[in-house]
Write a protein that binds this ligand. Structure first.
Ligand SMILES: [Zn+2]
Length: 119
């Protein structure tokens, strides 16, 4: 009787070619062993897949933990309020000159509102 799939993760598995485990030296019938005890040490090792800092594995995919720069809500708010999209200062309502729009920094010449969103 060969070892079953569970044996690799089992506390009792002997890792010997001659004896399968201390409880069932010749293996068990079927695909499941009633005496299977998950080996906690082995499991921890399996889980420790190396990944770059800030990343971890989800299945085969390396996923970043870093939060996106803006949440969807913040992005929507940006679309609603930023003068780049509205042409109006969010603080004082100053209307930017549409014929002479700033290209990078939308600092308000009227109230001094500082554009710190897009650099
Ligand atoms: Zn302003």
């Amino acid at each position: 009787m060969p070892k079953i799939e569970q044996c690799d993760r089992c506390l009792f598995y002997s890792r010997s070619v001659h004896v399968i485990c201390s409880i069932h030296p010749y293996g068990v019938e079927g695909n499941e062993c009633l005496d299977f005890r998950e080996n906690p040490n082995l499991q921890a090792e399996d889980r420790e897949l190396w990944a770059p800092q800030g990343y971890s594995w989800y299945g085969d995919e390396l996923v970043s933990h870093a939060p996106p720069r803006y949440t969807p809500e913040q992005q929507l708010e940006l679309l609603d309020t930023h003068p780049f999209f509205t042409g109006i200062c969010p603080q004082c309502g100053h209307k930017f000159d549409r014929d002479n729009l700033p290209r990078v920094h939308w600092d308000c010449p009227s109230c001094g509102w500082m554009d710190d969103t897009i650099h």
